[in-house]
Ligand binder design. Structure first.
Ligand code: MN
Length: 269
């Protein structure tokens, strides 16, 4: 395969081991790698954009393997992607990779994930884009996940990568030799118990830490192949999970399932 122009971002920031492993694996495979990522931890900032303050970007090549062009940006993951695509890069990339996130992005986590949002920016620009997450916050060996990510992305590019398809890859925290096979998975529904821990600051004022915990993983009610496992079940089986996601949020249930809206005697059609 001819060398690809690959744009890489993340939400854990420029000093995270996950993005260094991913960029290194892509460059070692012979690709031309540009990193544009936040200059600090930006996890769970979702698709937020910075509109009230300027965005600064500093060269950060020295943090990465030789040959990789890198920028550390003061904005969010979505800011980084926009800046990369519309300002910093001379040409649009062939592929966008986001990660490797330190921690899972499973089921409805994708709504607050900065990792997935960065990849979604690529998808919205019509670029083949993949988010990659290591499904454990403590696991620190990203080499296996990085190699798998490059392998999966290049295989998808060789066949067909339809428009509006975001690939969400989660890799279980284990050594490659004990890992199960990669499978397509459905997006599950995760419910969190959103607990706030109130504390007092040194001036006696109350502040809060959000400390949500997953309480339930529900089967997705949406459509999709029923014989595919959910992403959560696949990771629990110590196997990598690949979930196809699209930006289209439009309701896919039966039209009869929508509320009847009689407004002032007139029925909304
Ligand atoms: Mn993160």
């Amino acid at each position: 395969m001819a060398p690809l122009r690959i744009l890489i971002s993340n939400d854990d920031g420029v000093f995270a081991d996950g993005i260094r492993a991913l960029a290194g694996a892509a460059a070692a495979a012979g690709h031309q790698v540009t990193v544009v990522c936040p200059d600090r931890e930006r996890s769970a900032t979702g698709h937020g954009l910075t509109l009230q303050t300027p965005i600064r970007a500093e060269k950060a090549d020295s943090l990465f393997d030789a040959g990789i062009t890198a920028w550390a940006c003061s904005g969010t993951p979505a800011d980084c992607m926009k800046l990369a695509l519309f300002e910093l890069m001379d040409e649009k990339p062939d592929l966008v990779l986001s990660g490797i996130n330190h921690g899972p992005n499973l089921g409805t986590d994708v709504f607050c994930s900065g990792t997935v949002a960065a990849a979604m920016e690529g998808t919205l620009e019509g670029l083949p884009s993949m988010a990659i997450s290591s499904a454990c916050f403590q696991w620190r060996d990203f080499q296996g996940a990085a190699a798998l990510a490059v392998e999966v992305a290049t295989a998808a590019l060789k066949d067909q990568w339809p428009e509006n398809l975001l690939l969400n890859l989660n890799v279980p925290p284990c050594r490659p030799e004990v890992m199960g096979p990669l499978r397509w998975t459905r997006l599950s529904i995760r419910r969190y118990d959103e607990q706030f821990s109130p504390r007092k600051d040194p001036r006696g004022r109350t502040y809060y830490w959000l400390a949500g915990e997953v309480v339930e993983d529900l089967e997705s009610g949406g459509d999709g192949p029923r014989d595919w496992p959910t992403d959560v079940a696949q990771i629990e089986a110590n196997s990598p999970s690949l979930t196809p996601i699209q930006p289209e949020l439009f309701w896919r249930g039966p039209l009869g399932g929508l509320p009847r809206l009689d407004l002032g005697g007139q029925r909304v059609r």
